[in-house]
Write a protein that binds this ligand. Structure first.
Ligand SMILES: [Zn+2]
Length: 175
């Protein structure tokens, strides 16, 4: 079926403003659409890639101003934290999507920068403890060493608690 598109694209061959989409495919991860188009002026065929945009998330900064959430920036921060750690960039890329999905569920259009940071920390904690500590040490801007040590102790307690909970759950399943 041929569907006429809403957005006019100028044909690079003849300059005609009308085209028809002859095939649309959504990428595996659902974030982009590949469209085969044909110019109605000269029949030239070409492909466009369009990103699926969700409502743009705004990050509320500490001083109260907002800025659009920058996916690349988020990913870069996580990649840096995972340097030389056994976590692939691919996995981190997916982690960013998971975080954004969670934020969309919890907040409508705005997310406080602190909440965003916590989401990233949670995700890194899940993926790699060393990366988590690295990220926390940068993000939290600790005033002193004591604070940093307390954070790590909290992490240890937390992972201990998780181990205990896991064991309890396993036992509960066994009956
Ligand atoms: Zn054309």
């Amino acid at each position: 079926m041929l569907v006429e598109t809403e957005t006019a694209m100028r044909c690079i061959q003849c300059g005609h403003m009308k085209d028809k989409v002859i095939d649309s495919r959504i990428s595996k991860d659902g974030t982009s659409i590949r469209r085969r188009r044909v110019c109605l002026g000269c029949g030239y065929r070409y492909t466009t890639y369009e990103n699926v945009e969700r409502t743009e998330l705004q990050v509320v900064k500490k001083d109260g101003t907002t800025e659009p959430l920058k996916r690349e920036k988020m990913l870069q921060g996580m990649v840096k934290a995972c340097e030389k750690r056994p976590v692939s960039v691919d996995r981190l890329d997916r982690a960013v999507d998971e975080i954004i999905t969670t934020i969309h569920q919890d907040h409508n259009a705005q997310v406080p920068v602190q909440a965003l940071g916590l989401q990233v920390m949670d995700k890194l904690h899940e993926l790699d403890p060393v990366a988590y500590i690295r990220y926390v040490s940068v993000y939290r801007e600790f005033d002193n060493v004591k604070e940093f040590i307390e954070e790590i102790q909290a992490l240890e307690k937390r992972s201990f608690r998780e181990r205990v909970e896991k064991r309890a759950n396993a036992q509960a399943r066994k009956g």
